[in-house]
Design a protein around this ligand. Structure first.
Ligand code: FE
Ligand code: FE
Length: 367
C-alpha cells in the first residue's frame, strides 16, 4: 500500500485541533506535498461537520444498523473494526452466471464450499435484500436520499471517505474502496486510453457506497439489483429461496411480467432495488455533472446483473437502453477485480484524476 493510502487510513484518528492535526500529518506522512496535505486535512474537517462519520458517528450509525439488522432478522455481514465500516459487496463475491464462469474472470469458488462463512454472509445479505426491498421501500429511499441533505463534499473528499469502507469480499485481503476505485479506473485507462470520461467513471462508480456511513444497511447499499413492481425473474441470485417474505408477492398487480409498467417503457421509468448505483446516478444528476450518457448508464446499472448479464427485463427496455447495454458489459469486465492485482500509486495518479473531476464534476457536491 502506498504512502497516501497509509496516511488516509489514519485520517480518522486526527485530532480536531488544526495545528495538532497538521503535526500529526507531518508524522504519519512526512513527504506529503501541499495538494496531499490539503486533501487529507480537508477530509478531516469534513468528518467533523454535523451528520458526519467521525469515529463516534460511524459507531452510532453502525449501532443503529446493527439494531435494525437484528430486528429484521440477521445482519448483512458487516461489522465495525477499529472505526472502519466493513462492507461485503456480494456482487463481487458470488457470481452464479455461467457466462461469467466461462469468461475466466477470477472468482473464488464459494459454491463448492457451502460452509464458507463468506457464502453465508452473501446469502444472508440477499435474504434481507429480497425480503425488504419492495415498491414502497424503494420509493421511500428515493424520497429520503433525493433531498441531498446528508453532507457536502467534493468527489475527491468522498473518495477519501471511502477509504474507511472496506469491501471485505475476500478474507485474505482487505482492499479499501479507494484502491478498488483507482484500480478500476486505471484498468479502463489502459484498455481505452482515449476515453477520459470512462476513466473517471471507473473512479467514481462505487462512490454511492458512502451511504453506509449514514446508517444505510448493507442490503440497501451493495449487491446485485433487480426491478420492483413486476414479477421477479429467475435470473436474480437466490431467486427461489429468498423472496418468500417480500410484501410485493401479495400484490397481484406486481406479479405479472410487466407489473406496474408499460411494455418497453425504458429502464429510466422503472424502480430498481435501492443501492449505490441509483444513489450515485442521482447525486451526479442533481449536481449537474457533465459526464456523457454512457457514463451515467454505467454508474446507474452496473449492479443490475439480471439485466446486463442475465438478459432478463428486455421487455421493459427501450432502444436507448439497448444501445447503452454494450457499455455496461464492457465496464463490468474491469470492475471485477482479482486479489493479485498491484495496488496503484494513488499519489502520483491524483493530478490526472483531479483534472477529470474538475472537468466533469467540479466543486462541492450535495449528497
Ligand atoms: Fe459497484
Ligand atoms: Fe466496483
Amino acid at each position: 500500500m502506498n504512502r497516501l493510502s497509509q496516511a488516509l487510513s489514519k485520517t480518522f484518528i486526527f485530532p480536531d485541533n488544526p495545528r495538532m492535526a497538521d503535526e500529526h500529518l507531518s508524522q504519519v506522512m512526512p513527504a506529503a506535498d501541499t495538494r496531499i496535505r490539503t486533501l487529507v486535512l480537508s477530509g478531516r474537517h469534513l468528518l467533523n461537520q454535523k451528520g458526519n462519520h467521525s469515529p463516534t458517528a460511524v459507531k452510532t450509525a453502525r449501532t443503529k444498523q446493527d439494531a435494525m439488522e437484528r430486528k429484521t432478522g440477521g445482519g448483512g455481514g458487516g461489522g465495525k473494526e477499529g472505526g472502519k465500516v466493513v462492507l461485503i459487496d456480494p456482487s463481487l463475491v458470488f457470481r452464479p452466471e455461467e457466462a461469467i464462469k466461462k469468461s475466466g474472470w477470477n472468482f473464488r469458488n464459494f459454491e463448492t464450499d457451502l460452509t464458507n462463512q463468506w457464502m453465508d454472509t452473501v446469502k444472508q445479505t440477499y435474504l434481507n435484500m429480497h425480503t425488504h426491498q419492495c415498491v414502497e421501500y424503494v420509493q421511500k429511499k428515493h424520497k429520503e436520499w433525493g433531498q441531498f441533505n446528508k453532507f457536502k463534499s467534493t468527489i475527491m473528499e468522498a473518495l477519501v471517505k471511502l477509504n474507511d469502507l472496506v469491501d471485505e469480499s475476500d478474507p485474505d485481503v482487505q482492499v479499501p474502496n479507494i484502491i478498488h476505485a483507482f484500480q478500476t479506473a486505471e484498468r479502463l485507462r489502459e484498455a481505452h486510453p482515449e476515453k477520459e470520461w470512462l476513466h473517471l467513471t471507473g473512479l467514481i462508480h462505487d462512490l454511492g457506497k458512502v451511504m453506509a456511513f449514514y446508517g444505510e444497511p448493507q442490503w440497501s447499499t451493495v449487491g446485485d439489483t433487480f426491478v420492483v413492481g413486476c414479477a421477479f425473474p429467475s435470473s436474480i441470485v437466490y431467486r427461489d429461496s429468498t423472496f418468500h417474505n417480500n410484501p410485493d408477492l401479495k400484490n397481484p398487480k406486481f406479479n405479472t411480467k410487466h407489473g406496474m409498467y408499460e411494455p418497453n417503457c425504458g429502464l429510466r421509468n422503472v424502480f430498481i432495488s435501492w443501492g449505490h448505483d441509483e444513489y450515485m446516478y442521482q447525486v451526479l444528476k442533481h449536481n449537474k455533472c457533465t459526464l456523457p450518457e454512457e457514463a451515467m448508464y454505467i454508474i446507474r446499472f452496473h449492479s443490475f446483473y439480471p439485466w446486463h448479464t442475465g438478459k432478463d427485463y428486455m421487455h421493459l427496455c427501450d432502444n436507448r437502453d439497448l444501445e447503452m447495454l454494450p457499455w455496461i458489459r464492457e465496464f463490468n469486465k474491469f470492475d471485477l477485480y482479482t486479489k493479485k492485482e498491484k495496488v496503484p500509486d494513488i499519489e502520483s495518479l491524483m493530478p490526472y484524476y483531479q483534472s477529470l473531476i474538475d472537468k466533469y464534476c467540479p466543486g462541492v457536491l450535495s449528497w
